[in-house]
Design a protein around this ligand. Sequence first.
Ligand code: NAD
Ligand code: DAU
Length: 364
Amino acid sequence: MRTYLVTGGAGFIGSNYIHYMFKKYDNEIRIINVDVLTYAGNLENLKDIEGRDNYTFVRADITDKDAIKKIFDENDIDRVVHFAAESHVDRSIKDPETFIRTNVLGTGIMLACARDAWEKEDGTYPEGKKFLHVSTDEVYGSLPEDENAFFYETTPYSPHSPYSASKASSDMLVRAYMDTYHFPANITNCSNNYGPYQFPEKLIPLMINNALKGKKLPVYGDGKNVRDWLYVEDHAKAIDMVQEKGRLFETYNIGGHNEKQNIEIIHTILDVLREELPDSDERKAHINEDLITYVEDRKGHDRRYAIAPDKIKAEIGWEPETMFKEGIRKTIKWYFENLQWMENVTSGDYQKYYENMYGSKKEI
Ligand code: NAD
Ligand code: DAU
């Protein structure tokens, strides 16, 4: 039975990936989920998985080398899928150091421990050992508003935020391990994900949550920044396919050819909410465009991201399956049906964060 070590599996994409993998492989695989449970890590995301014999949760920090080494010593790990990171750009602007520590040092420690466990005396690695580093399209910087401009695997890195700079650094460490030690790895650079279990600091769940509560919808700058949205399950599938069918040492870009301006996304959310809520629901009365509030722009705000997923399609046969119209409706319905989840994650620390981030933002 193949054993996966998944880092950051209690977060948004990691928990969706674990669900996807058990749905696909059931008892054919074993997963060890290592997560320190920051504000973004939530074991509630995995409550239906907890009872499985082939699933183990270990609370550990990826920057704690002894703890990570112990996991490799005690288990014969075949695959690492490395999600754990600080992931929110706005937080990185307020506090870059936490991002450098987790994303750069943490990745360095994951690589070092995997190499120690896997490398043979002659410098080769046993067949089947693979490390997948989950990264972002933000490392490539910002594209012009030209519909023919895309990010390719060969696009030079040009990160602008402390978040994307820390992810770019971690990608470079993985590349260095591949070049220096012939370490068996892949890097994937994916566009913006959306779907269930996303923490409501990110655009889509934040707007759904605020609209349901009749709170203002804070749009940064002119609202015309473009992101390329991908349903999270399609990302999970792509990661699995890269490990199954991809060529080792290669980078694969993952994206949906689904570019939208932020303001378009917000209008879609308002439309779908109005369609889905019954007339009898009193929240329906306050869900309207008047909630949209333009606020000062994010510092260093990248204008446009757009992935060309040509390589992953040609080499591996992966293509996004969930159309945005369908995915956004599924996502909104999930938040409706999981209001308690939203209440739980928006209480406590998240409230303090929200005040700190938006309390001082000037309306424009
Ligand atoms: P998330 O913030 O929802 O989850 C991150 C998880 O990592 C949390 O469970 C957290 O507890 C854990 N974690 C953080 N620091 C840790 C540490 N020091 N040790 C152990 N665990 C730690 O993030 P996400 O949106 O699910 O993103 C997952 C990965 O995918 C990240 O590497 C991110 O850069 C990348 N990515 C995200 C997107 C996106 O749209 N969200 C797109 C492309 C790539
Ligand atoms: O592109 C992949 C990246 O996508 C991932 O690597 C990151 O981990 C993930 O957080 C995401 O980064 P973004 O900065 O693009 O996502 P976010 O949801 O924070 O913002 C999306 C866009 O919406 C961006 O242009 C900023 C804008 N925005 C965001 C928030 C939270 C607003 O206008 N208002 C808001 O309140």
